[in-house]
Design a protein around this ligand. Sequence first.
Ligand code: ZN
Length: 414
Amino acid sequence: MNKFSQELFSLFLESPKIDTHEHLLPPKQFRENPDILLSILERSYLSWILSGTTGKSSGLTREELLSRLKTIPASSFYRYLIRAFQFMYEFRENSLNRENWEGLSQQIRESYEKDDMIKKWLSGRLNIQKIILDRYWIVGDFQVDREIFSPVLRLDPFFFGYSREARDHDGQSPYFYADREGIQVETFSEYLSLIDHILQKGMREGISALKLAIAYDRGLSFKQVTRTKAEVAFYRKAGEETPEEIANFQDFIFHYSFQKAEELGLPVQIHTGPGKAFQTAPSLLGPILEEYRTVKVSLFHGGFPWVGEPGAMALFYPHLYLDLVWLPLLSPAFSRLALREWLETTGGARIMMGGDSWNVEGAVGSILFNLETMAQVLGEMVDTGYLSMNEAQEIGKMILWDNPREFFLPPQEK
Ligand SMILES: [Zn+2]
């Protein structure tokens, strides 16, 4: 990093932040595991590359994990964790091995034994004042510590309500919510009322946004479908729906969600990039951005590997926001490329960042990678005379604070 980047990085570290996206699990879940370091690595992106799965823990033993680590030393899914261990636990090495495992585990355990370790690290050390939390594992539960968290409503399960037996990629069903709330759903009308019900509950409980990670289940092209066509899958016997009927149902639910977002003034966060059969490029959402011009949409992950698309799209859609979240872990090189382009096309407005992690270590590593991306790109822009140092500092504050605040806050609260 050049001297401007270094200076910017220190400033960004201290600046107040809004973290647009996390999945933080209760620290207790890690504390209870006898091999706490293994449990942390299991709930990180490292396990994805080690076991070739997405979103599922690898089930590897410590020995298996250590031997596989030797095959992927340059993976950014490994590097961000090492970065976090160095930052949090004074870990001085560049890789994990049999010799340093116990010492690091001990440090981590001490940290987890203190109350409020999430706040200590994320608020205390990184000055994150608000974290937008996506607890996709409980449909429609918005119980979070409001001092630091703000919940979103994850809509993916509602794309699978055509059958009581269908599940989204996280094993969720909208009927888990219906059953918990004692809501009868026999007709398609009642099904749409169930969606209205969870939206109303979310509004009462102050959700910040709607969240869609449906790209893990299907492509991101959503056509306009009549209600008559959409309900065919709903009335089919479970397992007898055709792929086309399911697609019609889901397309309808997608548009229904956007109509509701429009009515309720809720912004929408959408996962783009890695996903089902790579039919998940941001540009597939072009027709949606044309149609719903008053809904603020945040495109996640830079659409990796299509990182050239979101910046161009933001130029033409002022309601489109760009979130770096997870991109610096997918590829630090592509995150720098993307951010540079986004800065040039949006001017610095509408860009945000977030951590996308299940534990504090992941969140710290991820936020540090985001801040490094910002510092490197802005520092180079200062170095070449494209921006002044003062402008680079101001843009940093916009990304960390002003832009997410504008995206999430309803107009009356500004
Ligand atoms: Zn996520």
